[in-house]
Design a protein around this ligand. Structure first.
Ligand SMILES: Nc1ncnc2c1ncn2[C@@H]1O[C@H](COP(=O)(O)OP(=O)(O)OP(=O)(O)O)[C@@H](O)[C@H]1O
Ligand SMILES: [Mg+2]
Length: 260
């Protein structure tokens, strides 16, 4: 008899806390989110949304608790290139002298090293032709191939977002973590981004997107996580965008930071 195939959870967190210099940013975070869904993360400014994404990428270590992504420990998921991350705009140095193409190509570095062999030791500029072809396809998917040789600092807000989404496409990840990819983005760019994310989820992959854009959450999300220094709720858009749920989340943040 065939055993049912169990798909690993996209995200698991148990008893997670995170701090900055002793000030708690997140506490008692427990989450279990399935794969193959479009999950929106909402919550007030300073609620810990970006901190949650940094914990899931391994950029930040938890003070307490454990996290897993795509059924793997964070380090293993990084090594497997399972998770791609599009940072919040304020976390990127836009003055860094790098072209659009090179940013997108950097999404292939992990995969080119994963291939092993002598190529592992080559500097990124010797990355192989197949990686360059995938970089080109990723730029085309979000309509930025025409900007390939522009420095990233010379782009509009929507173009900048699409560059980092193209980098995540190039990475061929299972889970995409996006921190406010729609902030400061025009309608045209927003549509391109949303269409891509929907198609990505349609292929069985997972999206976790932080956003303040509640109409888009209603349109796109399968599940909504409300963050307010802890997980204030998880549910359908109808449940979590109801005034009582939002009020609860925004009320929690007003109580001020807890101490570790
Ligand atoms: N590098 C840092 N050093 C010190 N405190 C920080 C740092 N980054 C974030 N914090 C603090 O941690 C808390 C959570 O911040 P975080 O950036 O995760 O919030 P957020 O929900 O992403 O907010 P926003 O909607 O404004 O992006 C805030 O109180 C913030 O001031
Ligand atoms: Mg943030």
């Amino acid at each position: 008899m065939n055993q049912p195939v169990t798909v690993p959870l996209a995200i698991e967190a148990r008893g997670v806390a995170a701090d900055y210099s002793g000030v708690i940013a997140l506490d008692q975070v427990d989450l279990q989110l399935p794969s193959g869904r479009f999950i929106a993360v909402i919550g007030p400014n300073g609620a810990g949304k970006s901190t949650l994404l940094k914990l899931l990428t391994g950029l930040k270590k938890p003070l307490r608790g454990g996290l897993r992504v795509c059924g793997m420990a964070i380090r293993a998921a990084r090594r497997a290139n399972a998770v791609a991350y599009v940072p919040q705009e304020t976390d990127i140095d836009w003055t860094f002298p790098i072209t659009v193409q090179d940013v997108v190509l950097s999404g292939r570095y992990g995969r080119s090293r994963q291939a092993g062999g002598w190529r592992y030791w080559l500097p990124p500029r010797f990355i192989g032709a197949s990686h360059r072809a995938l970089t080109q396809q990723a730029m085309e998917a979000v309509q930025i191939a025409g900007l390939a040789h522009r420095p990233i600092g010379a782009l509009s807000g929507g173009q900048k977002k699409r560059v980092f989404i193209a980098r995540s496409i190039a990475q061929e990840a299972e889970l995409l973590l996006l921190d406010e990819p729609l902030a400061g983005v025009d309608r045209h760019s927003e549509q391109i981004i949303i269409d891509y994310l929907r198609a990505f989820v349609g292929r069985g992959k997972s999206v976790l997107m932080v956003t303040h854009d509640l109409p888009t959450v209603r349109d796109c999300a399968d599940r909504v996580v409300l963050v307010s220094r802890t997980i204030a709720g998880v549910g359908t858009p109808d449940e979590m965008l109801a005034p009582e749920a939002l009020e609860k989340g925004y009320h929690l943040i007003e109580r001020g930071p807890a101490q570790p």
